[in-house]
Structures are given as C-alpha cells and as structure tokens.
Design a protein around this ligand. Structure first.
Ligand code: FDA
Length: 400
C-alpha cells in the first residue's frame, strides 16, 4: 500500500516505451520512482508495433531520420544512447532478433519480449508501477510537484511526462502531455497525424480504389503546394493502393512531410527506362507492346489501370518520351489523410525551443521533463521512433 504523503524522487507519467525506459534508468540511479499508467497494462503500443514483432531500433538511425522544428535538438540524446546500446540490452535479456531491411531490427518472436524486458528492468530497479491511474494535471508546490490523478495526488521532486502523442486513441493515447505543457506555459507545435495513409478524392479515388490491395516498389515524395517550402526527402519503399487512397511504407514516410494542398509524386520504375524499346526503329508501337513493357516492372492490374489514365495521345516519339517522364514523376493530388486513428505517430508536440536537449527538462520549469513522442521530434518509419523513445528517456533519467 502506498503512503499518499510519500514524496517520490520522480513520478513518470505514462508506461509506454519512453516511460518504462526512463523509470528503469532512474531507478538504477537510486531514485525512488513511481510510474503511472491509465491503462491496465504497460507498453500497449510496443505490443502492436512492427506487426506484433516490434521494430525496436534501426542500426542506421541518424538525426536526418527525424523531423522537428529544430533538427539539431535530438542530436545530443541520440548520440548518448545509440541503437547498439539498445541491442546490448536486448541481448542481455537473450531476446532473439533479426535484421529485416534498411537497418531495421525486429524480434524473431512476439513484441511481448520487449515489454517483459522493460518490466524486468523496472522491477530490478525497484520502480513502483501503478496502472489504472489516469493523470489529470500537474501542479507545482513548495518543494517540487503534485501529480493529480484519478487515484489521488502523488508528490514528486521531479516529474517526467511520457504520455505519448494522439495516434491510436483506442490504445490509450490522450492529449494530457500537451495540456501539462500548456499549463506550464510551454510552446506547442501543432500536433498532426504522421506515418499515416493518404486519401484521394473524386475521379482519382474512383480510378485507383479499384485496385485496392495492389502494391509496387516505388519512390515517393510530397510536392509542396508552395515554392517557399523546402523539398521533402524521397523514399524508396513499397506503395499500397487502398480503398481510400494510398498507403505502404513509401507513402507513410512521405506523409510525415505533407501540408494541406500538397501532392504526392511517385516513380513507378525507379532507375529504369521502361518504354525505350518502343523508340527503336521498326518497333511495334501499340497498347499491347506498351503494356508488356510496363508489366515487366509493375503488376498487370496496376499496369492496366495506369495506362488507362496515362495512355499516350499518339505513338510519336515525343508522346512516348512524355509517358516515360510521367511514369517517373507521376503526381497525384492528395485530399487528406486517415487521421489519428490510423497514424503510427504524431508529429509536432511540445516545442523543443522550450526544452533543454541534454536533460529534456523544461527551461523555465526545472525538474519537469518531456520525453518520447510527446516532444516535437518524429522519426521516420523503421525503428527510429522507438530509438528516440529510448534515447530521450535515458537522457532525462541521467539528470533526475
Ligand atoms: P506511448 O504512446 O508508447 O506511451 C504513452 C503512454 O502514456 C501509454 O501507455 C498511454 O496509455 C499513457 N497515457 C496517456 N495518457 C495518459 C494519462 N492521462 N494518464 C496516464 N497514462 C496515460 N515505432 C518504431 O520505432 N517501430 C515500430 O515497429 C513501430 N510500430 C508502430 C505500430 C503502430 C500500429 C503504432 C501506432 C506505432 C508504432 N510505432 C513504432 C511508434 C511507437 O509505438 C511510438 O513512437 C512509441 O510508442 C512512443 O513511445 P512513448 O512512450 O512516447 O508513447
């Protein structure tokens, strides 16, 4: 039974990836730690991550894999806790894992192994985990903070907000971290859905939804609606057509850079000259030979649909060259995205301009730290978001 008058060295809000890691690290440093979670169990997003196998880090993780208003902010924490550090923890717990692609490491078995590992680390560090306790607000008192919860008030010398972003509310996401930041006068970068499927509308939706389920290896990027914005990175991964528009890793990656009014640009045959044989003297120039050439790169259903929308007006060289150019810079207007219920992460959040990049504490509120997804640092797909959760947690714990 907890003594409500006990004053904890640190109370951590949210037992997700960042909260569990921070609790274990702070406990190991001899701090008394209370970890509060409103769900029944810890690490629910870890359990559903990576298709149930948790893509727990990325060996190639570097600052360029993160979006933030301040692209330098994450560098300190990321350099002090690297993917190899997390791999060492996974190996210490004898969790079998494998490299899938592009530096991505996954568990061989269930993601449960990662949650079990973090819970074991917390137990060893004598962290007290209290579930079914919703954090309602945080206030300051003479010698620290009071955390107001559905189970009463908890007193703390320091508080770490690790309540995540808004994505997947049915997994426990709430905006409480943002509310706490605002209450302490911290600036916010508007939270938006990221790593999220994009939607099409009108004729484009009607035309492309007909091949929902079809995928292709492409490059994808967003084309800003205004020239004032810098161009977005180009991602080479899979595209998936859906009933509402476009998804697959390439599009999810591009979605993190999207602003209203932007388009998506796809290359359906990166690095290949598909229609060049049609230009040869004496080559057959008709629908059948065009389709045969495209089918060597994409599935028949995509080839048929694409040629219906992009057939050349005639068989002259210029028209064929234009069709080749369109295939490599195929641009579709984006209507919107599928929102927080489908977004893998939230971009934006607590502004890095009000946080210390070494301690993750609010500049004007010593002892109050923000870590993980609640902060305006958003990773690319592929294990980078967990790497940020681990690294920001360890950075905060070192200063508690
Ligand atoms: P996280 O959301 O994990 O934890 C926040 C915790 O706070 C939750 O437990 C929540 O219940 C709790 N909480 C919220 N409000 C509260 C309140 N009022 N009171 C008490 N507790 C409260 N990333 C990656 O690197 N590799 C991957 O494979 C995947 N896969 C993936 C799949 C899917 C479907 C999703 C939705 C997301 C991913 N991600 C991912 C992203 C990754 O899951 C995410 O970036 C981290 O979980 C963020 O960790 P945090 O601890 O910051 O938040």
């Amino acid at each position: 039974m907890q003594n409500p008058q006990q004053r904890w060295d640190t109370v951590i809000l949210g037992a997700g990836a960042a909260g569990l890691m921070c609790a274990a690290e702070a406990g190991k440093r001899g701090r008394s730690v209370l970890l509060l979670e409103h769900g029944e169990r810890a690490g629910r997003k870890i359990l559903i991550s990576g298709g149930g196998r948790c893509n727990f880090t990325n060996l190639d993780s570097k600052p360029a894999n993160f979006l933030s208003e301040n692209p330098h902010f994450a560098k300190s924490a990321l350099s002090r806790y690297t993917p190899q550090d997390f791999v060492a923890l996974v190996e210490k717990h004898r969790i079998p894992y494998h490299h899938k692609t592009l530096g991505q490491l996954f568990c061989d078995g269930s993601a449960q192994a990662i949650v079990t590992m973090l819970e074991a680390e917390c137990r060893e560090a004598r962290v007290v985990v209290q579930g079914r306790t919703a954090v309602e607000r945080v206030s300051r008192n003479a010698d620290g903070f009071a955390v107001h919860t559905s189970a009463g008030v908890r007193l703390a010398r320091t508080v770490v907000v690790a309540t995540g972003g808004l994505s997947i509310p049915k997994m426990g996401a709430t905006g409480i971290g943002y509310d706490i930041a605002r209450a302490f006068g911290l600036r916010m970068v508007e939270p938006r859905a990221a790593l999220v499927p994009l939607t099409l509308a009108g004729d484009a939706l009607e035309h492309w939804a007909a091949i929902a389920g079809v995928s292709a290896e492409v490059t994808a990027t967003v084309i800003p609606a205004t020239k004032r914005r810098a161009s977005a990175p180009i991602f080479r991964e899979k595209l998936l057509f859906t009933h509402r528009g476009l998804s697959g890793p390439a599009v999810l990656q591009a979605s993190s850079y999207r602003e209203p009014g932007d388009s998506v640009r796809l290359d359906l045959a990166p690095g290949q000259q598909v229609f060049t044989p049609l230009l040869a003297p004496g080559a057959r120039r008709d629908e059948a030979s065009t389709s045969a050439l495209l089918r060597a790169h994409v599935s028949q259903r995509l080839s048929d649909r694409w040629l219906r929308a992009n057939a050349p007006p005639d068989w002259k060289n210029r028209s064929l060259e234009q069709m080749e150019a369109t295939l490599h810079a195929w641009t579709l207007p984006i209507a919107g995205d599928e929102g927080f219920s489908k977004a893998e992460v939230t971009r934006g959040g607590v502004s890095t301009s009000d946080l210390d990049s070494t301690t993750m504490q609010a500049r004007g509120v010593p002892g109050l730290a923000f870590i993980g997804e609640v902060v305006d640092v958003t990773g690319h797909l592929g294990g980078h978001n967990f790497q940020w959760a681990w690294a920001s947690a360890v950075a905060a714990a070192a200063a508690l």
